[in-house]
Design a binder for this molecule. Structure first.
Ligand code: ADP
Length: 295
């Protein structure tokens, strides 16, 4: 079945004056949706608002026929949420934890609960570890428990907030596969500051910066918008400041101890620069680092 999440004109200013959501509107349907933004962009504020954990000052959001802010209980029944920090109770095993989460989600029949918990443990590849304490799990295993609990109750909307921070590359890969598998029949919103997460997983995306959405669309479209406008050059470390003053630097990273800069320009910016095919990182940094009228 196909689902639609419509977000319209969301605004949120915290009591300290920080505007975390500045007129955010988005339409999202089934599949993996990537919400990319630097730390402090407002991603968690948006995720918590959609998960009905905090209120917006203005705006509306609907999931199919559920008005999220007016019917929060209805939304919670069809929501799976993996928060940034998935708190784990000490001493409890993976099976006990998931069983407990099922009770909280209103599954009262213990046989039904046991079947579901075993199914979920199997799905996230932790069945063998079901009698081990979650506290001793690796970061990746904890995240998989987090996904298992987010799947309880056949959710239509799954929100995962910065899920891969702290995972090593093989744990991250495993987690990607699991999410991609889950993401086929429901809406999965993956909020992250890691470009690779979105590149690997998402068919649609948005980029958020300072409370605003600065891009909505497919990763491919974003890259083709930049086609022919990204140039790179190896420079010496001492010249970096000079280049920063004179060029639209999208990003700089060290390669073999020397800065490799990517620059945005309509035509070749000068000697030593060579054109490069834009990648998603260029898209991300150009949307957040460069004057937006230019790009
Ligand atoms: P992200 O998830 O993209 O890192 P957040 O939504 O956590 O961004 O934060 C957006 C902005 O709002 C940041 O400037 C952050 O410091 C601020 N902020 C977040 N939560 C609160 C809060 N409860 N009270 C005050 N300011 C907050």
């Amino acid at each position: 079945m196909s689902h639609t999440l419509s977000i319209n004109g969301l605004q949120k200013t915290y009591p300290n004056g920080v505007k975390a959501l500045d007129n955010v509107s988005l339409e999202i349907s089934n599949g993996m949706f990537g919400l990319l933004g630097p730390n402090g962009a407002g991603k968690s504020s948006l995720m918590r608002t959609l998960a009905t954990l905090q209120e917006a000052d203005a705006g509306t959001a609907t999931l199919d026929d559920i008005n999220i802010f007016e019917q929060p209980e209805e939304l919670r029944k069809v929501l799976g949420y993996l928060p940034q920090e998935f708190g784990v109770y000490p001493r409890i095993t993976a099976e006990q934890l998931l069983d407990h989460m099922c009770v909280l989600k209103g599954i009262t029949n213990s046989k039904e609960r046991k079947e579901l918990v075993h199914y979920l443990l199997d799905k996230v590849n932790l069945f063998d570890k079901r009698n081990k304490r979650v506290k001793g799990f690796s970061g990746g295993m904890k995240q998989r428990v987090g996904i298992a609990q987010a799947l309880i109750g056949k959710p239509k909307l799954i929100i995962v907030d910065e899920p891969t921070a702290g995972l090593d590359p093989s744990e991250r890969n495993r987690f990607y596969n699991l999410l991609a598998d889950v993401g086929q029949e429901v809406i999965v919103i993956l909020s992250t500051h890691i470009v690779e997460d979105v590149r690997e997983l998402c068919t649609n995306m948005a980029i958020m910066n300072m409370g605003q959405l600065v891009y909505k669309g497919t990763p491919q479209n974003a890259m083709s918008e930049l086609e022919g406008k990204v140039y790179q050059k190896m420079i010496s470390r001492n010249d970096l400041q000079n280049y920063q003053n004179n060029f639209n630097i999208i990003s700089n990273k060290m390669v073999g101890g020397q800065p490799l800069i990517h620059v945005w320009a309509e035509s070749s910016p000068g000697e030593g620069f060579e054109p490069v095919a834009p990648n998603l990182e260029d898209v991300f940094f150009s949307k957040i680092n460069i004057n937006h009228e230019l790009v």
